[in-house]
Write a protein that binds this ligand. Sequence first.
Ligand SMILES: Cc1ncc(CO)c(N)n1
Length: 216
Amino acid sequence: MSFMNEVLEKNIPIWDECITTPFVQEMKAGTLPFECFKEYMIQDSIYLKHYARVYGKEIYHAKTLRDIQLYYSVLSFVTDTESAVRLRYLEQFDMTDDDIESIAPLPENQRYIDFLLETAERGDEKEMLMAVLPCMMSYSYIFRRLAEDPKSKESRYWDFIEDYADERYAESCREWSRFTDGKCETLSDTEKEKLSHIFKKASLLELDFWKMPYRR
Ligand SMILES: Cc1ncc(CO)c(N)n1
């Protein structure tokens, strides 16, 4: 089994736990209070801005144009494609990305952002990949699972669910996974273990993020 397939398999139980959180279950059922979704969306907008910054570092350290293009493809997904639904929601809250700038991250969000930026600060390309990929891959997994249930289509949040359950998004995740496998081919078991640990840490931070709106 490839390194990334092993890593993904190990993280499925954490992502399954994300699915069981009240936030995700209520989002799927459509019963999630709009205020709660709003809080998530605002926090997520803060998160995604910092998330994008890590790619600046990845691109800076990249050695080939191919690598730069790959990183750019993820970044453009985050700042353009993914942004479309998010911006529509912000509009419903009567907000724009500019309003997000003055809002503080909640502690769970801050911890995730700190983890991303600390990893970026060290500047190791593969470590950065491990820190950023669970964000992409867990969402593809989680939202595809939600979309498997035909009842999800009746949720008021279906536009949001549908976006991440998209097959093209899943295909991009597979491409990013193959890319990462290519980078990790020649690593020792110890190095792989270290990388796997970083990936898991990010998955756990994803879980905390889903729990965040229901903390209070
Ligand atoms: C916290 C978080 N993780 C993953 C994604 C998927 O891009 C997101 N938008 N937000």
